[in-house]
Design a protein around this ligand. Sequence first.
Ligand SMILES: NC(=O)c1ccc[n+]([C@@H]2O[C@H](COP(=O)([O-])OP(=O)(O)OC[C@H]3O[C@@H](n4cnc5c(N)ncnc54)[C@H](O)[C@@H]3O)[C@@H](O)[C@H]2O)c1
Length: 268
Amino acid sequence: MIIDLSGKVAIVTGAGRGIGRHIALTLAKEGVITVGTDIRQELMDELALEFAEQQLNGAQYLCDVRDANRIAEVVKEVQSRFGRIDILVNNAGVASGGTVETLKEEIWDANMDINLKGTFLMCQAVVPVMKAQRSGRILNAASFAAIVPAYGSAAYASSKAAVKQFTRVLAGELGPYDVTVNCYSPGMIPTDMNSFAKQPEERQQRLLETLTLRRWGSKEDIASLICFLASDLAGYITGTMIDISGGKLATQIPGMAYEAARKDALQS
Ligand SMILES: NC(=O)c1ccc[n+]([C@@H]2O[C@H](COP(=O)([O-])OP(=O)(O)OC[C@H]3O[C@@H](n4cnc5c(N)ncnc54)[C@H](O)[C@@H]3O)[C@@H](O)[C@H]2O)c1
């Protein structure tokens, strides 16, 4: 079985760096005409250079996901240049935080405006195109924080939990048009957004010990999931949230299996 995405047209938001950049490059290498957008021009310039060097097909646009007018311009431009939109990856996000007692109102607003409202505005602009095509895949970045929140993540976790519910609502609305809408919840993927892999060794170990698969997730892990969900193979999946966290919820004490495996190794 082969995942064939060639010739499809995708928009990936927040494609300037991190997971979004990797998703954009992976889709493009799979033959997808890939439009990357980001709020930072210098990151779009870097991505444009990488696309040119690797002779990948697509375009890069400066676009703040909070700006409905700019989104409308970009969607119109993508339609006129490439004719359709098959895949929308709402990856752009921020993760600033603070305890409820100390959280600044502007931090709360930034999380809600970028993570949640940005996803809504992008969908609102792209849905008419996908409805007219009677096909499409919308993939929204939620987070493991939407399942179990971390300390001090009120703004972020609330916005991502809302992305999950928004995803289900939209999936319900778009069923008759064969447009599927799903979200995914990455666990711990080292990127510039976080400092997972830069923390003192002991703290890294404590975090990794919460995982059934005791390793950080990678941008490749997320991009592979996106490729599958965006493909024809995933045509019967909609309204779901895929947990891609290395098994943070699989078992109560992941360390027990590692102790048993160590004993096994000593005995063999
Ligand atoms: N890295 C993780 O462990 C992890 C875990 C769970 C969920 N996620 C989610 O995955 C997504 C990507 O995370 P990442 O780690 O690559 O983050 P990142 O900070 O490295 O990248 C985010 C990108 O979004 C862009 N962006 C920010 N605000 C924007 C706006 N208003 N409009 C357009 N673009 C904007 C940034 O410029 C940046 O290029 C986010 O939605 C994040 O919440 C990440």
